[in-house]
Design a protein around this ligand. Structure first.
Ligand code: GLN
Length: 481
């Protein structure tokens, strides 16, 4: 059995059930780990006071006494909610997000809020107003982003699970960089109520954990219809752990996305790790074929435009009147708006608001926004057609392993291309998981994506779990933690 720090949810449940440890002792254990290790990686903006954590939880239910974390763009009643931005520095959440409310009533212990790229805009957690998060596998490298804090904490054994948000890849890419599981559900399966909007038609709350079963435990609690979110799907709550077996569903057809594996700039070590994983799937009985997703080459550009357009609209609410920071020196209302937003938002956020307003403006909306919507429809159609021939797709999560801090300070385009393999699924609204599938010779984790049609989470989790049972990647942990 893993030590407590890297124990799975079912191992922790057994210990709590057998009273080997109490929820309060388990919480103390993780709080101590934070004190010891978080100064090294800075994964978390705040670890809450122990009494408030215990009293907020029902302490009964499937996750009774199991600690976890939430990205700092998900409301936890009474706690700060900053989106790692200066503009919300002292803002306190006035309600629980639906996912948080459900986790608390399932007995989970919400122990802190994790660092992220400001307003979830980025792929490295470098745009946080509250400092860098480091990758526990190599502290000279980024943990990925935007949910880098959640990924780093789970990888370093500071919590067994954490919530993130995925608009273009922000759960899957950091999970891949940190060697853990990252899952983005079907759009509408998990309520967005209480998740601060970035690109609302693309945003989904996602899950980080070290095993597929642990993700299934958390998903079983947070999924299901919520009348407070108008984009929520009419799906019943269910137990996603029930179908996890050592074998694959008989006759499963898996398509390997050839033009992703052969894409320019793919790191050869990542290609060979994925080819090896494909052989593992073959040995498990999957029927493997190679498929093409020609729209892949247009996804990042369409995502770039649509996410900025939605961000510009969503972030207009931060105006110094309703939330957070306000410039109190300004003599006129428009100066107050201007100064508050100028001082409150970081460079990345400001540049996205500018681009977003530009692509929506008269004279440009047809060329940019409307065209991107057309590309989005083509992407959706391509997935629908592809899933007539195969049940799931395999592709890389990322073309290269975790990069060094500042690597793309000059060549910003490279940063935006981080979403190359992940944003198609947000544009199509379909579920995808990133699971560990190897390491580079420099001991950096490699992730592989499994993608399925709408509401295929059970199948995706089954296929990911079966692979995990055959491999040992998920059992490796960064040294020194
Ligand atoms: N890297 C992407 C972006 O910066 C994805 C962010 C996300 O999924 N929140 O927009």
């Amino acid at each position: 059995m893993n030590s407590l720090a890297f124990a799975t949810i079912s191992e922790l449940r057994a210990k709590l059930h057998d009273k080997v440890i109490s929820p309060s002792q388990l919480l103390d254990f993780f709080i101590e780990r934070f004190k010891k290790f978080d100064p090294i990686i800075n994964s978390t903006l705040e670890v809450f006071n122990k009494d408030s954590v215990l009293s907020a939880s029902s302490l009964h239910g499937p996750l009774a006494g199991i600690p976890g974390l939430a990205k700092d763009n998900i409301s936890i009643n009474g706690q700060n909610l900053t989106c790692a931005s200066k503009i919300l520095q002292n803002f306190k959440a006035i309600h629980d997000a639906t996912a948080i409310e459900r986790l608390k009533s399932a007995g989970a212990l919400l122990m802190g809020r994790t660092n992220m790229d400001e307003f979830a805009m980025g792929s490295s957690t470098e745009t946080s107003a509250y400092g860098l998060t480091k990758n526990p596998w190599d502290t000279s490298r980024v943990p990925g982003g935007s949910s880098g804090g959640s990924a780093a904490a789970v990888a370093a054994g500071l919590a067994p699970w954490a919530l993130g948000s995925d608009t273009g890849g922000s759960v899957r890419q950091p999970a891949a960089f940190c060697g853990i599981v990252g899952f983005k559900p079907t759009y509408g399966l998990v309520s967005r109520y209480g998740l601060v909007a970035y690109g609302s038609s693309l945003d989904q709350i996602g899950i980080f954990s070290r095993t597929v079963q642990d993700t299934a435990f958390v998903l079983s609690e947070i999924a299901g219809q919520d009348i407070r979110d108008s984009s929520s799907l009419a799906v019943e709550k269910k137990d996603y752990t029930a179908l996890l077996k050592d074998n694959l569903p008989a006759g499963i057809r898996i398509g390997v996305v050839r033009n992703a594996i052969e894409a320019e700039g793919m790191d050869p070590e990542i290609v060979s790790a994925i080819e090896e994983a494909i052989s593992t799937y073959e040995s498990l009985g999957a029927q493997i074929s190679r498929v093409e997703l020609p729209t892949l080459d247009y996804a990042a550009a369409a995502y770039f435009i649509l996410s900025r357009a939605e961000a510009a609209s969503n972030l207009s609410r931060f105006d110094g009147v309703r939330y957070g920071l306000r410039d109190k020196e300004a003599q006129t209302l428009s100066d107050m708006y201007f100064n508050t937003r100028h001082d409150g938002f970081g460079d990345e956020v400001r540049s996205r608001i500018l681009v977003g307003n530009y692509v929506l403006s008269t004279g440009h909306a047809d060329a940019f926004y409307q065209n991107a919507k057309v590309v989005q429809r083509l992407i959706r159609r391509e997935f629908v057609e592809t899933f007539k021939d195969v049940d799931l797709l395999i592709m890389p999560t990322h073309p290269m392993p975790a990069f060094k801090f500042g690597a793309f300070d000059v060549d910003k385009l490279q940063m935006d291309l981080q979403d190359y393999f992940t944003c198609s699924m947000n544009l199509a609204g379909i579920p995808a998981i990133s699971i560990p599938c190897g390491f580079t010779k420099n001991n950096l984790p490699i992730g592989m994506q499994l993608v399925g049609p709408h509401l295929s989470e059970s199948l995706i989790l089954q296929a990911a779990h079966a692979y995990e049972q055959k491999t040992e990647w998920h059992m490796k942990h960064p040294e020194g933690f």
